[in-house]
Design a binder for this molecule. Structure first.
Ligand code: SF4
Length: 131
């Protein structure tokens, strides 16, 4: 049973934007993630759930740590896409610091390149049960 609406914060840590497009599609009226009470917020201080896409570049590493430290408790982190999970297409890049779980703790992994909106919604729904 979910007792309140979870708020989301999205951070692209350095990918091709394919996962970001699928995430936005999940929130748009076609798949309508908002029916679960989810709202995208502009600040991690207002969010319960952090959605991370991309392979985490060296440039993004420090920013990702800072965003995680600002996230509201319980700090649920969802890694979205192969790049976030293992480096994916950018696995051998000279500028990669990730995957995400090497930088911050990850609660839920959503594989795919990119994952479909159904998979993203399923992952977020799983996160709601942990809040
Ligand atoms: S997992 Fe695929 S779609 Fe997502 S950011 Fe990486 S290369 Fe792009």
């Amino acid at each position: 049973m979910i007792s309140r609406s979870p708020w989301l914060y999205h951070f692209n840590s350095g990918g091709c934007n394919g996962c970001d497009i699928e995430l936005i599609a999940s929130i748009a009226p076609g798949f309508d993630l908002e029916r679960l009470g989810c709202v995208l917020k502009g600040s991690p201080r207002h969010a319960d759930i952090l959605l991370v896409t991309g392979c985490v570049t060296k440039q993004a590493e420090k920013r990702l740590k800072r965003i995680y430290s600002q996230l509201a408790e319980k700090k649920i982190v969802i890694a979205i896409g192969s790049c976030a999970l293992s480096g994916g297409a950018f696995r051998s890049s000279y500028n990669r610091a990730g995957p995400v779980d090497r930088i911050i703790p990850v609660d839920i992994y959503i594989p795919g390149c990119p994952p479909r909106p159904q998979a993203i919604i399923h992952g977020i729904k799983t996160a709601l049960e942990r809040l």
